[in-house]
Design a protein around this ligand. Structure first.
Ligand SMILES: [Zn+2]
Length: 99
């Protein structure tokens, strides 16, 4: 299974596409069923933003937000997905290990 397939399958399992356009949902499903490469480049462009997430950052012990600018991609995105309790709580590796 490719990493894209794993990510989309995990996203679907978490209902991450709820509220998105039906086309977005069906491309994501297609990516799981047939593989990301089976999508046309247009379809890939629609769903590829979901393969990347901005880290939400974390509060430092002094209550200041660290303004983390890391993007979470690939295998790390999958891990973040598994560890995040809610869809919005994604943190990059370095924020996760710091908190
Ligand atoms: Zn971070």
């Amino acid at each position: 299974m490719t990493i894209e397939r794993e990510i989309f399958s995990a996203l679907i399992a978490q209902n991450a596409f709820q509220g998105e356009k039906p086309s977005v949902q069906s491309y994501a499903k297609l990516a799981v069923d047939k593989g990301f490469r089976a999508l046309s480049s247009k379809q890939q462009a629609v769903v590829s933003p979901f393969l990347k997430k901005q880290c939400v950052g974390m509060k430092e012990p002094n209550e200041k937000h660290n303004n983390c600018q890391n993007s979470i991609v690939g295998r790390d995105l999958l891990t973040a997905l598994e560890k995040s309790e809610t869809y919005k709580g994604w943190r990059c590796e370095s924020c996760r290990s710091a908190s």
